[in-house]
Design a protein around this ligand. Structure first.
Ligand code: ADP
Ligand code: ADP
Length: 221
């Protein structure tokens, strides 16, 4: 796991007319499992985008183990709606890691619960998607995204509302798959307002209107 740090971070959009983050400071230690909660528009995705290196702060500093976030290698990203393309299930899992062995793909598929539904398909993990009607449900697609993330063996996992739009049973399956898939010791941040996700996290940081308003894991002053 890595240590992630935001120090008095400000992010604005539209030439400073809108402030998505208004002075956010946070320190998250290696291996912590943190839920970011708060209403829609609070700034949760913006925090994750900063840590992924997709965007940069206007003011303040964002570091991952003391360095600037590296968008390519460091983080495993799981968004709301994973991109699934018309290759096989295995191709979809291997997407970002073309060198991954068949064994590694199989292990990732097993942990993320993809093998469970793949075994019902005529060609298992080699079944082509997007053809002959083999579509994936939202929960299945999300498990493919988790397997994909696991192959990356990233020390930092960033999940942006990964269970949004799923029914409670499917949400539970996805959380269990996440539990099995997450790289051992990885630092994990998950934006969500689902009660089950908040229960699942060790630490809950609440963001409202671009500021941290509560943090169950902050050190006592
Ligand atoms: P959350 O993830 O908590 O729903 P976001 O981080 O997505 O919140 O958004 C925080 C605020 O920043 C919102 O007011 C949103 O409209 C604004 N915002 C986010 N991304 C952009 C963007 N690319 N351009 C303009 N405004 C944005
Ligand atoms: P969601 O499904 O939660 O909307 P996405 O995975 O579609 O999340 O991505 C959310 C945002 O992050 C989008 O604005 C997208 O452009 C950006 N993003 C996602 N993956 C990458 C990436 N690998 N590199 C750069 N930006 C990315």
């Amino acid at each position: 796991g890595v240590c992630v740090c935001l120090d008095d971070v400000r992010v604005s959009f539209e030439d400073g007319q809108r402030q998505a983050l208004r002075g956010v400071s946070l320190t998250i230690g290696p291996g912590e499992r943190v839920a970011l909660c708060g209403p829609s528009g609070a700034g949760k995705s913006t925090v994750l985008h900063l840590l992924a290196g997709f965007i940069h702060p206007d003011q303040g500093k964002v570091t991952v183990d003391g360095n600037e976030p590296d968008p390519v290698r460091q983080a495993a990203w799981v968004g709301q709606r994973p991109h699934v393309f018309a290759g096989s299930l295995a191709d979809n899992i291997r997407m970002g890691e073309p060198q991954a062995s068949d064994d590694a793909v199989r292990t990732a598929a097993r942990d993320a619960g993809v093998l469970g539904f793949a075994s019902q398909l005529p060609q298992g993990l080699d079944t082509p998607l997007g053809e002959r009607g083999y579509g994936l449900s939202g929960g299945q697609a999300q498990r493919v995204a988790l397997a994909r993330a696991a192959l990356k063996q990233a020390p930092l996992w960033l999940l942006d509302e990964p269970t949004a739009g799923l029914d409670p049973d499917t949400e539970e399956q996805v959380l269990k798959a996440l539990e099995r898939s997450a790289t051992t010791g990885a630092t994990l941040l998950i934006a969500s307002h689902h009660p089950r996700v908040l229960e699942w996290a060790q630490r809950v940081i609440t963001i409202q209107n671009g500021q941290v308003v509560q943090d169950t894991g902050a050190p006592h002053p």
